[in-house]
Write a protein of this length. Structure first.
Length: 488
């Protein structure tokens, strides 16, 4: 057990891939860490990740080719410097995970097995336990974290507000039970916001609490209008509504069919294109789902998908799987530099899905997000440790109103209706009066971006506006109108 008399160096919020890896990086440097996690391990998005993590590991691949695919998927909005970091450092982080004891799948010759996913020109997705990648990685990392003498884990505790020291630097936080935690820096790793939408692949805790905490502390948020809708989430199976069928299944040959049995889209096109093609077929037909045919796919490659569907009463080796899009991944979040630093709030860092480095642009390339957790989780931990010691303990001023409340059922339904796969000004304007603060901020960003690009499709502005190439939608502190910024 850590000595309570010794102050932690880092306070990390969130025990998904990004938070756990930031903790492990910090203790490797000899630091002490306190980790706060609101929900159980099995309720992180990281635990649910299926396909794997993307890194240029194959002989015919390179960081430059990975970069090309990332830029292409992001539709003119990727911050090139962030994508360069991800593609260059991904392979080293993968090897470090192996060194930490994560066993990735090998082919029958004992070579690393790499999956192919939409938008990737090479096989570069490392997976573990078939499609149980997240579970394998998280179990291993959390076991190492739990046993580490310099990491204190506070499970079932929620960060309620960030706290500053005498010098105004962010030097800790207040938990929902009133406990105050202090350190040189705070690393937010609270995950995404896709559960703000009613139909989602995400665990219920992914409603964007990190961005709301950071915004309340004076940080800027960016690109909130870009939310990726996964094309193939299960429809109508009891207990499995929204269960995600990995893109990798299509990479291995599964096909999509409309009610008449016809194919209607290139199944390996980027996610936004496939999701919108399904959305249009469903809008025209009025059906709740299209059908995924994975009867020709090797079931041994996706044991948890096959197992979950069979448990719900559907045998995907003999029957077609009803699927439709669901909200899946938030490209936007807390604005950070390439070390996870939130400019304007010294001492505050954000990593993983709650951050916006600009890496994903308007559309995340599949499997870049787990890699992002490791690459930027490490960078933020190292930069956080280099912060000066706080001038004083953090001031514990509990907020008068909850800063990051969970969304109501009504808010989630309204987000699906008005900020879904296709939006327009009239629908988005209705969200401006929503009681949930993040719903209002998403609506403001989506209204400001009067074009269609990547995951953001405006039916009233169906074309991409070249004047907005490379320009991120930034919402500063408060709720004023967002501005557009170019990032180096
Ligand atoms: C079904 C599914 C499949 C996916 N498959 C892949 C894939 O194959 N490859 C890929 O690259 N990506 C995939 N993704 C996306 C990827 O899993 C996520 O982007 C990534 O895991 C996010 O990790 P994270 O550490 O940022 O957040 P998470 O793993 O979501 O962890 C967030 C943590 O923060 C905690 N938390 C939140 N708010 C608070 C608070 N206020 N106080 C305290 N704790 C808090 C939560 O309890 C949790 O511990 C998938 C996502 C889903 C949902």
């Amino acid at each position: 057990m850590p000595d309570p008399a010794q102050r932690p160096d880092l306070v990390v919020v969130g025990a998904g891939a990004a938070g756990l890896y930031a903790c492990l990086t910090a203790v490797q440097e000899g630091a002490r860490v306190v980790l706060v996690s609101a929900r159980p391990l099995a309720e992180t998005a990281s635990y649910w990740a299926q396909g794997g993590l993307a890194a240029a590991l194959a002989g015919d691949d390179s960081p430059a080719l990975h970069l090309e695919d990332t830029l292409e998927a992001g539709r003119g909005l990727v911050r090139r410097s962030a994508a360069e970091v991800l593609c260059a450092e991904g392979p080293a982080r993968f090897r470090h995970l192996e060194a930490l004891g994560v066993r990735f799948d090998a082919d029958r010759h004992g070579n690393l097995a790499l999956g192919l996913e939409g938008g990737h020109a090479r096989r570069r997705v490392a997976h573990a336990g078939g499609s149980a990648t997240g579970r394998r990685i998280l179990r291993q990392l959390s076991a190492v974290v739990a046993e580490h003498p310099r990491i204190e884990v506070l499970e079932g505790r929620r960060a309620a507000a960030l706290a500053t020291a005498d010098d105004g630097r962010c030097a800790g936080l207040i938990c929902d039970d009133g406990r105050v935690l202090g350190g040189r820096a705070v690393v937010l790793a609270t995950g995404g916001a896709a559960a703000l939408w009613s139909r989602t692949t995400n665990p219920p805790g992914s409603f964007g609490s990190g961005p709301l905490l950071a915004h309340a502390a004076g940080a800027a948020l960016a690109d909130l209008e870009f939310v990726q809708f996964h094309p193939t989430a299960v429809v109508g199976l009891r207990g499995r509504e929204g269960f995600l069928i990995s893109e990798a299944v299509r990479g291995e040959g599964a096909t999509l069919h409309d009610a008449a049995g016809g194919r209607f889209v290139d199944e390996l096109a980027p996610r936004d294109a496939v999701a919108r093609a399904i959305f249009r077929v469903l809008s025209e037909s009025g059906e709740p789902a299209v059908h995924l045919d994975m009867r020709g796919v090797d079931p041994g490659r996706f044991p948890n998908v096959v197992g979950a569907l069979r448990e719900a009463g559907l045998d995907p080796l003999r029957e077609l799987v009803p699927v439709a899009p669901a909200s899946h991944y938030a490209m936007g979040g807390v604005v950070t530099d390439l070390d996870g630093r939130a400019p304007g709030v010294p001492g505050l860092y954000a990593v993983g899905e709650c951050a916006c480095t600009g890496l994903h642009g308007a559309n995340r390339l599949a499997s870049n997000s787990l890699s992002e957790c490791f690459v930027f989780g490490r960078r933020a931990a190292l930069a956080g440790l280099a912060e000066p010691a706080p001038a004083s303990p953090p001031h514990a001023q509990p907020p008068a109103e909850p800063v990051a409340p969970p969304p109501s059922r009504e808010t989630r339904a309204a987000m699906w209706r008005h900020a879904g796969l296709e939006r327009d000004a009239a629908g988005l304007a209705r969200l401006l009066g929503d009681p949930h603060p993040l719903a209002r901020l998403v609506a403001r960003s989506a209204l400001a971006r009067e074009e269609s690009r990547g995951a953001h499709a405006r039916s009233d502005h169906p074309r991409l506006d070249p004047a907005l190439d490379g320009r991120h939608t930034v919402t500063g502190p408060g709720e004023g109108a967002p501005r557009f910024e170019r990032w180096e």
